[in-house]
Design a protein around this ligand. Structure first.
Ligand code: SF4
Length: 459
């Protein structure tokens, strides 16, 4: 079945992105540093046993008008130095409560902001501490998000030397006029040369990020951008839908003034993206991720071993419980989510004073852990097998059904449209169903009604 505008239109409703369940808007400020401390200790006995680290660098040389991230502009060197020291202090503090003898570090992810906008010596500094503290698995995935506007070839050499082996480049669009109106610098060097250079340095899972739905973009212009991306042959391509939420990010109003593509244009862009990338041989994962068939993500997807955290899709093998460091970073543990304060200044102050900077979080009870497992399975692997979830939680399949309020009547329309097939075992999403996995996951989300209008559109 072909993906069409009518199909996407029909299913384009407001809903959570499900980068976490429950979504981050459910986190609350009753969750404090002492709750985090308790969860840190508990995490040593929980699953997954592996450790993932997320480092947030909330600095950018200038602000893109579409930005939905937590970042700050124009901070001085002395401030950045204090921030780096605070991250090191936070790592030391957290390590005091982790079992570092028996648990391995399998994933490190640097995000932002623009991690490569700070001097490489700071990245060295933090990476050295990480290597000193943790047992780094030989196959650990060490990734960094970079802006090609500030990336030099010698930076790639230095990152490779530090052990980085994966990079995500935020391209957004190859059209310079689009970049200009959204207040973003163009890449400093030819992107193909960067990708080839990265590969020569042993990087894999090289990813190019794009955004569709920005001012000046048309279905045809984006088609050219994606063609160019395909010619570069990265391992992964992500085409994010621009999430217009000016009630959260006021800066986005500037884009409204320039004029945003119509919903119909945006649909056409999405359909083109999917068709172009599938024709080029990329495996389509979810609605907006595409991976070369030899890439680990595509292999994990095929084997139904895909996972998802705040940093994006990942494989179940490399992903551990996530310990976040830095302002606004979120720790994703088995039993809880914990988020640090968003302001870098407040983060530094709290870390300097107490060693922790938790602002809010959420403790999951067993039922919520089950709903999370159900939603993850639908979102990542396009299946829900009640027996598998039941085994994981040592319960019966009927218990699981009752906890997620399983109600076939909520799903019959999806079945009629060929989006899912329903059996005794559970549900399986068709290829088309994978494109609207968020909508299907919503049918299993007991909390959804409480705030659905605040979410962006699912397509
Ligand atoms: S580079 Fe990324 S984090 Fe920085 S302002 Fe632009 S979109 Fe936001």
């Amino acid at each position: 079945m072909q993906i069409t505008t009518e199909f996407l239109d029909k299913h384009n409703v407001s809903g959570p992105r499900y980068t976490s369940y429950p979504p981050a808007n459910f986190f609350n400020t009753n969750f404090t540093s002492s709750d985090y401390l308790e969860q840190l200790k508990a995490s040593n006995q929980q699953q997954p046993e592996n450790i993932s680290i997320y480092i947030h660098i909330p600095f950018c040389p200038q602000r893109c008008h579409f930005c939905g991230c937590n970042t700050e502009i124009g901070q001085k060197r002395s401030f950045i130095e204090r921030y780096v020291d605070a991250i090191k202090k936070e790592i030391n503090q957290v390590c005091e409560h982790l079992d570092l003898k028996n648990r391995k570090l399998t994933q490190v992810h640097w995000g932002g902001g623009t991690p490569n906008a700070i001097a490489m010596r700071y990245i060295f500094d933090i990476m050295n501490l990480i290597k000193e503290k943790f047992i780094v698995d030989a196959n650990a995935e060490i990734a960094i998000e970079c802006s090609p506007a500030y990336l030099e070839f010698e930076h790639i050499d230095q990152l490779a030397e530090m052990g980085f082996n994966r990079m995500s480049l935020g391209i957004q669009d190859f059209r310079e006029d689009v970049l200009q109106v959204v207040n973003r610098q163009k890449p400093k060097h030819d992107v193909k040369q960067i990708v080839d250079y990265l590969r020569g340095k042993g990087f894999n899972g090289i990813n190019l990020d794009f955004i569709y739905g920005l001012p000046l973009q048309t279905a045809d212009s984006l088609k050219e951008t994606i063609e160019k991306a395909i010619e570069i042959k990265p391992d992964r391509i992500v085409t994010f839908s621009y999430a217009h939420v000016p009630w959260v990010k006021e800066e986005q109003l500037k884009l409204e003034k320039i004029g945003l593509p119509s919903p119909k244009d945006k649909m056409d862009m999405l359909i083109n993206n999917i068709q172009q990338l599938q024709q080029a041989g990329y495996t389509s994962i979810g609605i907006d991720h595409f991976a070369h068939p030899d890439d680990q993500l595509a292999i994990a997807y095929k084997n139904k071993k895909l996972h998802r955290n705040f940093q994006g899709y990942c494989t179940l093998e490399t992903t551990g419980q996530v310990y976040g460091f830095g302002a606004s970073s979120i720790s994703q543990l088995w039993g809880a989510y914990a988020q640090n304060v968003k302001s870098a200044a407040k983060y530094i102050e709290e870390i300097e004073n107490t060693g922790f900077a938790i602002e809010r979080g959420f403790t999951l009870n067993v039922n919520q852990q089950i709903v999370r497992a159900v939603i993850n399975s639908i979102m990542c692997n396009g299946v829900l097998y009640f027996d598998e979830i039941a085994d994981q939680f040592k319960m019966s399949a009927d218990d699981i059904k009752s906890i997620v309020n399983y109600d076939v009547s909520k799903l019959v329309d999806f079945e009629k449209d060929g989006i899912i097939s329903i059996s005794e075992k559970g549900i399986e999403l068709s290829e088309l169903g994978h494109k609207i996995a968020r909508n299907i996951a919503m049918a299993f989300d007991p909390d959804l009604k409480q705030g659905e209008s605040i979410y962006s559109k699912t397509v």
